[in-house]
Design a binder for this molecule. Sequence first.
Ligand code: NZQ
Ligand code: ZN
Length: 405
Amino acid sequence: MKNFQYYNPVRIVFGEGQIKKLSDLVPKEAKVLITYGGGSAERTGTLDEVKTALAANGNRSVFEFGGIEPNPEFTTLLKAADMVNKHGIDFLLAVGGGSVIDGSKFVALVSSLTEDDSTVLRDKAWDALLSGCSTIDTAIDLGVVLTIPATGSEMNNGGVVNHSERQAKLPFRSPLTFPKFSILDPTKTLTLPKRQVMNGVADAFVHVIEQYLTYPVNAKVQDAFAESLLKILVEEGAAVKADPENLETRQNIMWSATMALNGLIGAGVPQDWTTHMIGHELTSLHGIDHARTLTILLPSVMRELKDSKKDKLLQYARNVWALDSKTDTKQDDDSIIETAIVKTENFFRSLGLPVSLADAQLDESAIDPIIKQLEAHNMVKLGEHGNNDLAVSRRILERSLTSAA
Ligand code: NZQ
Ligand code: ZN
């Protein structure tokens, strides 16, 4: 195992009816800006519930900013940051999924990038994003009411912001953007469209994979936690498909997705975010949902990097899919690995998700522009060894053109 520090200060408040706890969690004297997305929080009544809980706190300085898009847009977020400065907001309350939470983290950071008036300097904010926000040393406090289990943003300090005009979707991270708390009420996920439920299961699954499928460092706790999460997500993916109203299934999906990316399973182990980094380019160029970019790419990442990931792929096959070349003498290591990859693909298919570029109506003409964007965003040394250059990414994309299975 590698040396590591693990720090996660996010208070999790889990369970049905917990939104009312906002009255204790948000400081009474705070000037609060509730941030939300394209309307689901209003439609489902969650926004009203949030406002009622804040009112019970006696909090009268509550403002709202709606309209944060899936894959939150830079220009929209700067409007929210201007609102923060105009009203002297000192607490952001994100009500939504990864996009609203990430977007609010970005607002929390960039609202300090002003000069004389209260308007955020666009160029400064863009430069900050390009450098992953590492230069910003102050942020507004943030709380979260999660409405979709998927990204883990509710319990980590990272985010991703999209800039459509510049065709860039870029990650950032700051020690200042851990939420103060996140309320996880699984009943809130019952209103999600099926597509979003399945996207969430797949995104969480790939988060675990990218912190697990590298090379062994004898990290038994991280590996066993990761394998358990993968198995739970496979099981609960099928369960939520069969019985979408089952609250226990929703509880398990919600907590799994949070655990998948709160730093715990990634501490002290090598990581490989190749699938995510190429996936971000697919979203920014073609508008494909985040999770769907991952299910398109992951099988090809596994096949292309089969040799360098061989030990972990065999462990994955054995411990997640119950495949073992030692007991199944008819199959050698290579065919065990291929069977595990096919099982992964079939799992994604069973959730209604694409597993190739063809499934997303893209052909080989899509590849050159993606490679160009990866180069422009300096994504040229991906993977646990930093060996995944543009040639490797190109081969991954070529393998993804159609499904191999
Ligand atoms: O916008 P509204 O109207 O609210 O609708 C949303 C949106 O259309 C809807 N929705 C959310 N909760 C709902 C609901 N509809 C009905 N009932 C509810 N309870 O779901 C749609 C998708 O929402 P979004 O927030 O975009 O989904 P998700 O949580 O999957 O977030 C995706 C974003 O997170 C980033 C992705 O890149 C993408 O931009 N990620 C963030 C990460 C992080 N911070 O650690 C890691 C991830 O790998 C990921 O990159
Ligand atoms: Zn993701």
